[in-house]
Each structure stands twice: as structure tokens, then as C-alpha cells.
Design a protein around this ligand. Structure first.
Ligand code: TYM
Length: 332
């Protein structure tokens, strides 16, 4: 039987400080799992990061650490491309072109734009507004079939699909229309303090989120303090947002179903359950932290790796950019 070419996966993450357990369960561990079956291309989205003001030295450090952390969670540059967005100029070039095919009205409806402009009212810049055009450029440059993301990126994926379909109607077959890949468990890890809100590294309450690099003691403390309810029964049910979130996290890291978890903690208090979730998360993150420390002491390896990957990515990206520019009517 003839072998089908592998489907292509693209995804990216912003280097905005500490990555969280939400990033890990919603996106990164799926990135890792997809490497054998698919042709994967992953990026540190540094261009997206400057939609909010960044301090130069801190940004540089965060880009480096995010890159190392992606390798530490298990992205293998022998299998996948792993590079820094700004190293491939075609991302910015295609973003401009796509912004001319993206409507003001559709960008105005983006909840992330509304949230971020409320949070950074003194800096509502044009980049923050046209952010989804850059994200569409990232994905469409590589003609990706699937994009593994957490649930909060769904709206950005929809606009990417709309822009791709719009361009394909004008210039037939210019882009592959990508599908989102959103996991069943872990797609929306919630705050440990306000479990109706998404877990986010920008939350000023450090007890609300777990960083992938948090020390075991801190992780345990955060889970012990996690907000629950007064029923004292470990079961998944409407209105039990705190326990539902802890069950989701426990299920994601242990592979146990809700029914299995309910049975295991039948008759036990929330204290035991919180300890078990904390310990399971510590066990999951410990090897990642060890690998991260090793990688950070070897910056040369990181640099060589991102340069090689960027070169290969550039070749793919330039092909798409050339095709788009010719179709539009530029002298390319
Ligand atoms: P970012 O950097 O905010 O998040 C990276 C990935 O982590 C997921 N995520 C979560 N999943 C579950 N629960 C949470 N609490 C949680 N918090 C974050 C996000 O859904 C995401 O998958 N715009 C993107 C980066 C980007 C991108 C792209 C993504 C730039 N270009 C192209 C895909 C394709 C962002 O800011 O993600």
C-alpha cells in the first residue's frame, strides 16, 4: 500500500514569563505526543509577546528559557522543528498581507483583544488588535493541517480558518485550512484560587497558578490551599468548579477516569485528595525540571538547535510566501 505523507502540525507559545501547568496540560504535552505520528513545527512566539511592553533583558531571558523548557518537556529537534518566530522573517511578511484580508469587525470581536486592552488600557496598540493576523500567518505559512492548542485559542483558530477560506476563494488553493486540536482533558486548566477563571501566569495571586518550574514544596502548598466547596465529597458535578478542576488535573496527569478517581477517594476528605493531586503533579514535573536545568547550562546546544530548525522552517515558509505573493500580483 502506498504510504500517505504525514499530516503537518503547527503550534506556538508566547515567552511571557513562567509557563504554567495550564500551558503544559492544554498544549505542550500534546505537542510532544504528536511528534511520532505527524510532521511537527513548533515556535516560541516572541513577536506576539511585544503586543504588551517588555523589558529587553527580561524578554531575551524568557525567550531562551521558553525554548529550553520546550525541549525539556520533550520536544525533540531530531523529530520536529523548534525555532524562534522572529528568526523567520516570513512570519512578519505574511502577517502584513493577511492583515489586509482580515476585517476590522472580526478583529474587534476577539475576546483576548477585549481582555488584554482592558488590562493594558495605557497601551492598546495596533499590534494587539491585529494579533490574530500574525497568528494566522504563523499557521498558514506552513500549510498546517492541525493546530494543538488549549480552549482559549479556539476563537483565534476560527479567524485563521475564515481568513484561509477567504483567501482560497480569491486565489484558489493558496492555503491549507487548519483544524484546531483541543484535548478532551486539560483544555482549560482553571485557577486554583478562582476556579471559574482560566489559570494564567499573569494572575497576581501566585497561589492561583502552578509554574512548570515551581519547586515541589510550592506546588504542594498551592494544591493544599486550592479553593474547593463545603460538600467534602470528591465527585465531578455542576457547581463544584474547584473539585472539577482538581479532578481534571489529576485525570490529565495520571490517566485515571473521573469514575476511577471518585472510587479511589470515596469516603476520604478533600485534604487527602489535594495531597494526591499535588504529589502527582510534582512527579510529572520533576523530570521536566531536571532536564531544563541541564539544558540551561548548555546554551551553545540551544543556539545551534534553534538556528538549524529556523533554516529548515525558512525554506518551507518562503515557498508559501512566494506562492501567495505571486497569486496576489506582486513581482516576486
Ligand atoms: P499562550 O502562549 O497564551 O499559550 C500557549 C498554549 O497554552 C494553552 N493554555 C492553556 N491550556 C489550558 N489551560 C490553561 N489555563 C491554559 N493557558 C494557556 C493555550 O491555549 C496555548 O495553546 N496566541 C498563542 C500563541 C501563538 C499560537 C500561534 C498558537 C502564536 N501563534 C499559532 C497556535 C498557533 C498564545 O498566546 O498562547
Amino acid at each position: 500500500m502506498e504510504q500517505q505523507p504525514k499530516k503537518r502540525i503547527y503550534s506556538a507559545i508566547q515567552p511571557s514569563g513562567m509557563l504554567t501547568l495550564g500551558n503544559y496540560l492544554g498544549a505542550l504535552r500534546n505537542w510532544v505526543a504528536m511528534q511520532d505520528e505527524y510532521e511537527c513545527i513548533y515556535t516560541v512566539a516572541d513577536l506576539h509577546a511585544i503586543t504588551v511592553r517588555q523589558e529587553p533583558a527580561k524578554l531575551r531571558k524568557q525567550i531562551l528559557e521558553t525554548y529550553a523548557l520546550l525541549m525539556a518537556v520533550g520536544i525533540d529537534p531530531e523529530k520536529s522543528l523548534l525555532f524562534i518566530q522572529s528568526h523567520v522573517a516570513a512570519h512578519s511578511q505574511l502577517a502584513w498581507i493577511l492583515s489586509c484580508y482580515t476585517q476590522f469587525g472580526e478583529l474587534s470581536r476577539m475576546t483576548q483583544f477585549k481582555d488584554k486592552s482592558a488590562k493594558h488600557a495605557d497601551n492598546i496598540n495596533a499590534g494587539l488588535f491585529s494579533y490574530p493576523a500574525l497568528m494566522a500567518a504563523d499557521i498558514l505559512l506552513y500549510q498546517a493541517d492541525m493546530v494543538p492548542v488549549g480552549a482559549d485559542q479556539k476563537q483565534h483558530l476560527e479567524i485563521t480558518r475564515d481568513v484561509a477560506n477567504r483567501m482560497n476563494n480569491i486565489y484558489p488553493n493558496v492555503f491549507t485550512v487548519p483544524e484546531p486540536y483541543i484535548p478532551k482533558i486539560g483544555a482549560r486548566v482553571m485557577s486554583l484560587q478562582e476556579p471559574t477563571q482560566k489559570m494564567s501566569k499573569s494572575d497576581p495571586n501566585v497561589n492561583a497558578w502552578v509554574a512548570i518550574l515551581d519547586k515541589p514544596d510550592d506546588i504542594m502548598r498551592k494544591f493544599k490551599r486550592a479553593v474547593t466547596d463545603s460538600e467534602a465529597c470528591v465527585r465531578y458535578a455542576e457547581g463544584k468548579d474547584g473539585i472539577n478542576n482538581l479532578m481534571d488535573i489529576f485525570s490529565a496527569v495520571t490517566g485515571k477516569t473521573y469514575a476511577e478517581i471518585e472510587k479511589e477517594f470515596d469516603g476520604k476528605g478533600y485534604g487527602d485528595f489535594k495531597m494526591a493531586v499535588g504529589e502527582a503533579v510534582v512527579d510529572t514535573l520533576k523530570p521536566v525540571q531536571d532536564r531544563f536545568n541541564e539544558l540551561m547550562s548548555n546554551r551553545d546546544v540551544l543556539e545551534t538547535t534553534w538556528r538549524n530548525s529556523a533554516q529548515q522552517a525558512e525554506a518551507i515558509a518562503r515557498r508559501t510566501l512566494g506562492k501567495v505573493m505571486k497569486k496576489i500580483g506582486f513581482i516576486y
